[in-house]
Design a protein around this ligand. Sequence first.
Ligand code: ATP
Length: 262
Amino acid sequence: MTSSPATEVRDLRLTIGGTTAVDGLSLRVDAGERCGIVGPSGAGKSFTAAALAGLLPPGAAATGSVRVAGAELVGASEQALAGVRGREVALVAQDSATALHPLIDVGRQLAGVLRRHQGLARGAARGRAAELLTEVDLPEELARARPAQLSGGQRQRVALAAALACRPRLLVADEPTAALDPPVARALLDRLGTALAATGTALVMVTHDLGVLAAVCERVLVLSGGRVVEQGSVREVLAAPEHEITRALVEAARLSVPEVPA
Ligand SMILES: Nc1ncnc2c1ncn2[C@@H]1O[C@H](COP(=O)(O)OP(=O)(O)OP(=O)(O)O)[C@@H](O)[C@H]1O
């Protein structure tokens, strides 16, 4: 039996306020694969990420097809989307930690996710919540802490634990480390890689940082003006970018780390 891809996108078109923000995007990501999306500001990266996660902003319209674990998201009812989100696809974004309630302990919030999506009983959900914390390298004792008592990096790890709680087929990450200091970001990305490998969850990650892209993803899709202008293996695209937009991104990344004279 061949398993269905984690996600398959065909000819996706996203419009909002009379503007076409994404035009004709196609993409397939298999189980365990990690695909990055890069491109200049306004290219349509975050909008694409939202569509993959079944979370279009109000007023947006989609045509084409976005299938996640076999379920069609384009045109699906809110009820159908709610059945896919959390279970089959989860989103972690730069500001995901702000979605945590600051005054409710972390363990209770993670347990709430498990009870809602997996129907676990209270005790089992609390036990599993503690395990989830250890999977993102946080001590179990933090289950009793409130988000307001944690550092930004710890809160983002809790958001990652919540996203991975139901072992989704696909994790969509939109600049997940952009708000973190480099060492904290690196530790989170390492943890993310380990957690994805353990669960076979596929990843689509939006990033503006080619270093992050190279550290996490094996494939990349370059978006500009809502269109895919280049795609391929990260190694090949970064070593020999073909499109002028990709070349500009690679050049900008090189310039952002000036060579230190000997
Ligand atoms: N909620 C929204 N309301 C109105 N327009 C939107 C909305 N979301 C996205 N857009 C428009 O869609 C286009 C793509 O936006 P998107 O946020 O996906 O770009 P991006 O590539 O993620 O950019 P950045 O790197 O700056 O975050 C932009 O022209 C933007 O103005």
